[in-house]
Each structure stands twice: as C-alpha cells, then as structure tokens.
Design a protein. Structure first.
Length: 309
C-alpha cells in the first residue's frame, strides 16, 4: 500500500465517521477493551475511541503510562496486568466477566517478538511469548464472549501480522504465534457469525512504534550468543532486511488505529486488513505463488540462495 493510499484510507474513514456520527451515539456508550494499550497501536486506538465517547478499558503492564491516558480522558479506565503471568490474566478475566456493562468491542493488541533461529531460543522464552501473544488473547476473548453473546452483538479485532501468513528467517517463534492467532481468528469468525459478532484480523507490516525496541530487549543476546554456524545466516539475513527497509516510509501507529476503527464501525468489515510497507508485497507474493516458488522468493529476498555454512 503506497503513501497516497494511506491518506485515502484516512480521508474515507474521517468522512464516514462524520456522516454517521449521530447514528453511532448509542454505540459510543459501549465498553471497549484494548490490551497492550500503553503505547503504539493500542494507545492510539484507545485515544481515538475515547474521543468518540466509548468507555475504554486500557490494559497493559506499564501502569504509569496507563494512568497518563486516564488523566487525559475520564472515559478511559486503566487496568494494569502482566499478560505473561497466567495468574494475573485469570484475575483480570474475572474482572471482565463481572462488568455491569460488558465488553462489546475487544481489541487484542498485546504482543511482542523474539528474534532468533529456533535452535537458539529456549522453550521458556517461547512459552512466555506464547503466553502473551496467544494464550492471553484466548483467555481474554473467552472472558468477553458471554456478554457479547447475550447482547447478540460485538466486534473482536485480533492484531496479527504479515508474518501470520509466512515467516522471515529468525522470526519463527513470533510467526508461529501469529499463525495461531490467524487460526483462532478464522475459527471464531465462523463460530460467532450466528450471534452477530464480527471477528477481524489486522496484518500490519513495519510500523513506527516501540515494538522493535521492546522486542529487542526481550530477545536479549539471542542473536549474539549463538552457535557459530548461525552467525552467517543472522548477518546475511540482517543485511538483506536493512536493504529492504532503506528508503521506506514507515507509517506511525495511527495508520493501524484508523483501520481498527474502520473495522469496528463497519457493518460488514473485511475478514482481514493488511497495511504498512512490505505487507502488501509479501502477502501478495504469498497469495500468488505456490509453496516452493514462495520459498525460492524468500531465499532470494534474504540473500540466502548461495549461502553455505
């Protein structure tokens, strides 16, 4: 998707919201839950929905940032929770199940990445990532569904990724979690359609947020303390990635927040939305090439065709 197309999405979204604002007054009283709401896409989405009058439950680890949001908006309720800890997630889910006004819009945004070849990543590190990126998403969704079913309405927006449909080298752990998010999203879309509940996947490409910084911190020294055999792969794939990113115009989180709002406000949202540089290119190739030819495309893209170690 090119920069002019981003602007077109913003323009159409704003026109739509302006025209239908009066018709959405009833909806604006709904309760929205956004996980990972302290920064990036989650924060931008929380602000945009709060500005439209929704009651927003903003959940994240960093309490000070959540309180900053709540100071700006009376209709934002901050909830500190570490979704990597199953016991904390269970307490949070009990809170959700006891809400007088149940959540009718759920944005499962919390997540992070770990970078490294599978052989270099411990099972404990993998388990923690899956706890946040997948199991917490499932638990929170389970907690919100009874209220949505009772009302026979609701919207669930799951933040996937372009690597929910394919994997970069050294991104297998993160990609596998996002593949699982895609699977549960597809199943939920079928299971919940009879209840009038909409389920949408968002597949961003690179976005200008703190995601990379947080992911690098959580990855630790995986890519430096590695088996010597893997170092040429890390170096080659890393250099190729740098070339891909060179000259790219990386959009901010507001791009994805606007797409999330489009999905929420639409009566007939797309099953999935992709956005951001590289996303359309790679997803287009994945859709149009068979498995073998896509594999060859990826080998070439990351300069791994002739690499021998």
């Amino acid at each position: 998707m090119n920069p002019p197309e981003y602007k077109f999405i913003f323009l159409i979204s704003n026109i739509y919201f302006f025209i239908f604002e009066e018709d959405k007054v009833g909806e604006s009283k709904q309760t929205v839950l956004i996980t990972g709401a302290s920064s990036g896409i989650g924060r931008e989405t929380a602000i945009k929905l709060a500005e439209k009058g929704f009651h927003v439950i903003a959940a994240a680890r960093r309490e000070n940032r959540l309180n900053n949001l709540a100071d700006q908006f009376q209709n934002i309720t901050p909830k500190q929770v570490d979704l990597s800890q199953a016991d904390e997630t269970e307490v949070f889910c009990r809170y959700l199940s006891e809400l007088q006004n149940p959540v009718t819009v759920l944005v499962n945004n919390a997540g992070y990445s770990v970078r490294g070849a599978l052989e270099d990543v411990s099972i404990d590190v993998i388990r923690r990532l899956f706890e946040v990126n997948l199991f917490a998403l499932m638990r929170v969704t389970q907690a919100c569904l009874p209220g949505m079913r009772k009302l026979r309405k609701g919207t669930i927006v799951n933040l996937s990724s372009m690597v929910g449909k394919f994997a970069f080298p050294c991104s297998g752990v993160y990609a596998s979690a996002k593949y699982a998010v895609e699977g549960i999203t597809d199943a939920l879309r079928l299971e919940l359609a009879p209840f009038g509940i909409k389920v949408v996947a968002i597949r961003p490409g690179p976005i200008g947020t703190e995601f990379n910084e947080v992911s690098n911190n959580l990855s630790g020294d995986l890519m430096t303390k590695t088996d010597p055999d893997y170092k040429p792969i890390y170096q080659t794939a890393g250099a190729a990635t740098g070339k891909m990113f060179k000259g790219l115009s990386i959009p901010g989180p507001d791009l994805i927040a606007d797409i999330i709002l489009e999905a929420i406000f639409s009566n007939t949202p797309e099953a999935a939305y992709s956005a951001g540089p590289l996303s359309d290119e790679f997803l287009g190739k994945r859709e149009n090439l068979d498995d073998k030819n896509f594999h060859n495309f990826m080998l070439e893209k990351f300069d791994l065709v002739n690499l021998q170690v």
